[in-house]
Design a protein around this ligand. Structure first.
Ligand code: GLC
Length: 689
């Protein structure tokens, strides 16, 4: 060993270069063994062997895509092994399962079609493909929006006209009709439920989307299976291998201990977190509904089986995989069994595997948890921006509802310092509504900071949106009311929560106009703030609550169905702009078109909040080196006056500004003059010479 300055160098003999024609990346591994002893550089020789063997046994061709995958595997293998060891290193069978995991990764690559491999390559751009302002998504139930997968193809022109180019198909894999939780209780991860069509239909749809330059997003329900899944059925029959896929307990001792610290998710419809299995005389863990059995990820066989399922979806051509309920995937006695560090280790490991074999598929972690916790799903420390590519901006979504109910943006602003910590290279799903309830899960200190009492404030919001508060135009309902804690979340469609249902019932033209403005403001505010806007089907045409779920015993216990409408296309004419549907469609279409024109609103960590000179106005600046876009939104039902200083303070030095929404130019006033934003109005302003 020689010492140069403060660095140590191993003395080594340079190996003979290999002839270029036989070069394959995994032979890179040989360089180190020829040059250094394992001990000197702590080279992980067993892993080297393992990676080499798995690559050799795959008999890959020397094609570009094969070589690139091998390079990625070599680059990622040490991290993959380290993460795996953190979870399973104590087990005698750890090595065997790690070998299976590597095999699963390489097999996934081998099974990937050439077309998808080409797409993968095209997505490896300098900036992640998914932060682009040109993407706009929609979540939809295939049956409730279009009828079936085949019929959905006929709706693509409609979506195209709207401007939507990424489709999130709500769960379509087999799920027992009356015990389905909207498809989130999956009995077969690989069989499309007959209600929607066949796997072939799905493949056909994916092809069509790809040809049209559209993207597809599907769910993987990682945390649990239906109690009718084959694994659960085998466990119920006493098969020890599959019993170990779930958490079973012979009596209530441990379940009682767990329940002391585990919050209930559906306290009304599914209290507790364990269900009695009479066939076995045992209890099984069921954090969500009693028919959703939690998978036991402390068993590495579960991880490998679910990884294989993830790759099955990846190779169907999924562009964004929504990982359902990742906060719950690791359980530990004495904790909430949510957001545990091991859940993050699992997600990082999954990310590395996906990045190796199917790199074109981005991961969305559906963690609807406290703001500081959501942030961790993007990865921390050495794994920053190496966990989930996307998370839902659930905090901001709820804060928009807070602001529209109170007309006051202070709580929203008090939360932003947390949200701005999102790392570059990751992105938000931004939204106003999805198929789930709205949880008011932001922190108490944010409410305090705005000068309110958190308990009173949340009570006001619940009363306001459930229509109990006198004078509230909103028509929603409380969901998952917990009698022990008084916690509750909110159901209701965008339009109904914005007062449209009440206004239509009262045939009140002024109130209808106000609610339409609110709908548009709610969409506009998140469309330009960075992230991928995800519309919820029906909201683009102002659908109000659909109460038909009450007649269906498989749904009536769950009022989230009120905002999951059956679209009655016969009664909708989007071309008639005198109708509500026509108006909302046209406004949404314009917003989408505007977003696509403004490259500055791509999610490049280039957002800065404006100083709140008027508490009714939430304003942010999007910036590029030579450009600034000032986006201002009035959340109150009256005109709001905003000093021109608010813009100057943030670097605006022009005498005129153009509003991209109206296309009009405005003269900029002095610091003592004001820009007037009408009730629920908004502008996207940019300086002009
Ligand atoms: C997710 C889904 C929700 C479902 C739950 C259990 O939160 O969005 O609809 O009930 O997971 O799978």
């Amino acid at each position: 060993m020689q010492q140069h300055g403060n660095k140590l160098y191993a003395t080594a003999t340079k190996p003979e270069p290999e002839p270029v024609s036989t070069w394959v990346p995994w032979k890179l591994l040989n360089i180190s063994t020829k040059t250094y002893s394992d001990k000197e550089i702590m080279y992980n020789h067993p892993l080297h062997q393992q990676v080499k063997e798995v690559l050799q046994s795959a008999a890959l061709k020397n094609a570009k895509a094969d070589n690139e995958m091998a390079v990625r595997l070599i680059a990622n293998a040490a991290d993959m092994q380290q993460l795996f060891q953190q979870l399973y290193g104590h087990r005698a069978d750890a090595e065997k399962h790690f070998a299976e995991l590597l095999q699963t990764v390489v097999t996934a690559h081998k099974q990937r079609s050439a077309a998808l491999q080409t797409l993968d390559a095209s997505k490896q751009t300098a900036e992640p493909w998914f932060i682009s302002n040109e993407l706009v998504g929609m979540s939809l139930y295939v049956d409730r929006f279009a009828g079936s997968l085949q019929q959905l193809e006929h709706k693509l022109d409609y979506l195209d006209r709207l401007g939507v180019n990424l489709l999130h198909l709500m769960p379509i894999f087999e799920s027992p009709a009356n015990e389905s939780d909207g498809g989130y209780a999956v009995s077969d991860f690989r069989k499309v439920d007959a209600r929607f069509g066949t796997l072939k239909d799905l493949q056909q749809l994916q092809q069509t989307l790809q040809q049209r330059g559209m993207y597809m997003m599907l769910d993987i329900v990682l945390n649990h299976t239906s109690h009718r899944h084959e694994w659960a059925e085998k466990a119920r029959q006493g098969d020890p291998f599959y019993k170990d896929f779930f958490y079973f307990f012979p009596d209530r001792t441990l379940p009682d201990q767990y329940e002391q610290t585990m919050p209930e998710i559906f306290p009304e419809s599914a209290p507790g977190s364990f269900t009695w299995v009479p066939e076995l005389n045992e209890w099984v863990m069921t954090v969500f509904h009693n028919y959703q059995w939690d998978l036991n990820y402390s068993n590495p066989a579960v991880l490998v089986a679910m990884l294989d399922t993830i790759f099955f979806y990846a190779n169907l051509g999924v562009d964004v995989l929504r990982i359902d309920a990742p906060a719950f995937i690791w359980k530990q006695l004495g904790t909430t069994s949510q957001n545990l560090p091991q859940a993050h280790v699992l997600l990082r490991l999954i990310k590395l595997c996906v990045q190796t074999a199917t790199p074109g598929m981005a991961l969305l972690g559906e963690a609807i948890v406290a703001p500081a916790e959501i942030m961790k799903y993007f990865g921390t420390d050495r794994f920053t921006a190496r966990e989930c590519d996307f998370a839902y901006n659930a905090t901001h979504m709820a804060l928009q509802w807070d602001a529209i109910a109170t007309g006051d943006t202070r709580v929203m602003l008090a939360a932003q310092h947390e949200l701005l910590r999102k790392p570059y290279g990751t992105s938000w799903i931004t939204y106003t509504r999805c198929h789930d309830d709205i949880g008011l899960g932001y922190d108490d200190y944010m409410i305090h900071a705005a000068g309110f009492n958190p308990w009173e404030h949340r009570r006001f919001l619940k009363d306001y949106f459930s229509g109990v508060y006198e004078g509230s135009p909103a028509k929603g309902a409380l969901f998952a009311v917990n009698p022990k804690t008084q916690d509750a979340r909110i159901s209701g469609s965008l339009a109904s929560l914005c007062g449209l249902e009440t206004a239509l019932r009262n045939n009140d033209a002024a109130a209808i106009d106000m609610s339409l403005r609110k709908i548009e403001l709610m969409q506009a505010h998140h469309f330009f703030m960075g992230g991928l806007p995800m519309l919820f089907y029906g909201d683009e045409i102002g659908c109000i609550n659909d109460y038909t779920y009450l007649n269906d015993s498989g749904k009536s216990y769950d009022n989230r169905w009120m905002h999951r409408p059956m679209i009655q296309w016969d009664s909708i004419n989007i071309d008639d702009t005198a109708t509500v549907a026509g108006k909302v469609f046209a406004a949404t279409q314009q917003l989408i078109a505007l977003r696509k024109q403004l490259e500055i609103v791509s999610d490049r960590s280039n957002l800065e909040w404006m100083t709140p000179h008027n508490i009714h106005v939430a304003g942010y600046v999007r910036h590029l080196p030579n450009r600034r876009l000032y986006c201002v939104f009035n959340f109150s039902d009256k005109d709001a006056w905003l000093t021109w200083y608010a813009f100057r303070e943030k670097g605006m030095h022009f005498s005129r500004m153009k509003d991209h929404v109206s296309g009009q130019q405005l003269p900029v006033g002095s610091d003592r003059e004001y820009l007037v934003l009408p009730a629920y109005g908004y502008m996207l302003l940019e300086g002009v010479e």
